[in-house]
Design a protein around this ligand. Sequence first.
Ligand SMILES: *Cc1c(COP(=O)(O)O)cnc(C)c1O
Length: 411
Amino acid sequence: MATINDNYLKLKAGYLFPEIARRVNAFAEANPDANIIRLGIGDVTEPLPEACRTAMIKAVEDMGDRAQFKGYGPEQGYAWLREKIAAQDFQARGCPIDASEIFISDGSKCDSGNILDIFGDNNTIAVTDPVYPVYVDTNVMAGHTGDANEKGEYEGFVYLPISADNNFTAQIPTQKVDLIYLCFPNNPTGATATKAHLKAWVEYAKAHGSIIFFDAAYEAFITDPDLPHSIYEIEGARDCAIEFRSFSKNAGFTGTRCALTVVPKTLTAKAKDGSDVALWQLWNRRQSTKFNGVSYIVQRGAEAVYSEAGRAQITALVNFYMENAQIIRQQLTAAGLKVYGGTNAPYVWVQTPNGLSSWEFFDKLLHSTNVVGTPGSGFGAAGEGYFRISAFNSREKVEEAMKRVTEKFKV
Ligand SMILES: *Cc1c(COP(=O)(O)O)cnc(C)c1O
């Protein structure tokens, strides 16, 4: 008799977004004339930059030309793309990362889950609370946790609470943890990390032989010139960190799919016999066995991000979303709400007024303004009392949504 991976039964059945959809659909059915504005989901809305489209059209033409046709590409990604990433995203910022340490993939979501393939099952794992749910669920699936309690906390994780009290940056743990997930700029809180904060993490990791998984999916949204974009801006990070990046948010590739993972060749972890093994070697083996690369056409599209025109278009796209974030911040503040984030990230993290729970505020906002956001409690127990508003939408919808909120909530 075939059996299943019982760890899947521990997962809290995809509660957050289905529950949002259920409540929104029920409201829409009861109020067919309501003009609902969705500022909930973390997906981009604006079209692909022209430079990327032009490059992909040319790549399709290449595929129709016998001399230019490409079959399987390198599992690690084409060198012409990896070299541009190494030069412009890393070396230009003083990060000592070589093109050979960059692995192109079809997404950071899958990479941040797949990375567990090359780690043992007995690591102590730290996540912030609230957190991007992928880090948690992939560890549950891999059998690294026990069951969840009624608040949704799984036995076996070290949860690092983040709130307004600590600027949404976790206290460095006092106990030893082996794997640490950090996401800056942060989804869902929109918080950022200073160089000093990342330096403290790198020092901790080096002292304990820990590995940091650094998710930099939103680095392009950093506007403050003093903030680090990569963990490799911190000396010593090559020896303790893996970085995930994606073209999803900066270049609108959520539906096109291209991302990258950096595994420095100097990064090692322990084998059972106590020897140090290079993680690069294991990830390279993992990718070569289980992955056959990202399509040539998409990689050409990603390469165009690094052209002069591409860079200008990406900047304009990011600026557009960040202007939305400013409008959201200003209007919610004017409505008497306490807001965080939204200055170096496309998310505004709102403290719910009058002690309302995240879901109570969700319902109130939906019913009184027909605006949909995301309850903070869906990202973890410590997200209770907060609410996420996304800047990914058209200007018109953001302005209309904020006009309604200020009218209803103005004190
Ligand atoms: C959107 C997002 C990503 C990017 O995921 P892709 O699979 O590359 O689209 C990664 N991490 C976080 C926290 C995100 O919000």
